[in-house]
Design a protein around this ligand. Structure first.
Ligand code: URA
Length: 212
């Protein structure tokens, strides 16, 4: 189940099912200590954007800059993400909501463990239940594996839509991967052009972008 909180990890002490708006959910998630990450970071990075947006982007987890500022994707990868969004005619507080698989920074920016992802899963599920995205873009393999397929491979699965519970889901490269390997930018741009086309099809037929 993509958005339900009734899962293998259902926890009577962490029942978010009665929360129906992002503000209340953020208050609750800020109190989360379901895994050890919270003890090693400054604070919870809940997510940001337009709560009414039906296009949601999901990254892996906060890095150092995000932990410092309490906002997702504000470091180098975030600046690149903003440029990609701009090329698509999207603006982060208008057209999208941005969140992460885990809300607390893993030490040294390591990939979150399966246990940490599982612990944070109710938080992510509740965000998605409230946001009700029509389009969900998974940035990188941690998001792909957490949301779609634990054995997913980003190089194989990127650019291919999966429809799950009525949501169109597209895995693509994480912007940090584009910074490490700029030759991936061409494929990434192909993926984002697909996102714009789907946005016009499902959300706003009149959506304007200079580049696509
Ligand atoms: N990388 C992510 O996956 N998320 C962020 O918020 C920042 C960098």
């Amino acid at each position: 189940m993509l958005f339900g909180e009734t899962s293998l990890f259902a926890d009577p002490d962490w029942d978010l099912s009665g929360i129906d708006n992002l503000e209340d959910l953020e208050e609750k998630v800020k109190q989360c200590t379901r895994c050890n990450l919270r003890a090693g970071c400054r604070g919870v990075v809940f997510g940001e954007g337009n709560p009414q947006a039906r296009l949601v982007l999901c990254g892996e987890g906060p890095g150092a800059d995000e932990d410092l500022l309490g906002r997702p994707f504000v470091g180098r990868a975030g600046q690149l993400l903003d440029k990609i969004l701009e090329a698509c005619g999207f603006e982060r507080f208008t057209h999208v909501y941005i969140l992460n698989v885990v809300k607390c920074r893993p030490p040294g920016n390591r990939t979150p463990t399966e246990m940490e992802v599982a612990a944070c899963r109710p938080n992510l599920n509740a965000q998605l239940r409230i946001l009700q995205p029509k389009i969900l873009v998974l940035l990188g393999s941690a998001a792909l594996q957490a949301v779609l397929n634990p054995r997913g491979k980003i190089t194989r699965d990127r650019g291919k839509w999966v429809r799950k519970e009525g949501v169109f889901i597209l895995p693509t490269y994480h912007p940090a991967a584009l910074l490490r390997n700029p030759s991936l930018k061409r494929e990434s741009w192909e993926d984002f052009k697909q996102v714009v086309a789907k946005y016009r099809e499902l959300i706003d037929p009149g959506h304007y972008s200079i580049h696509c």
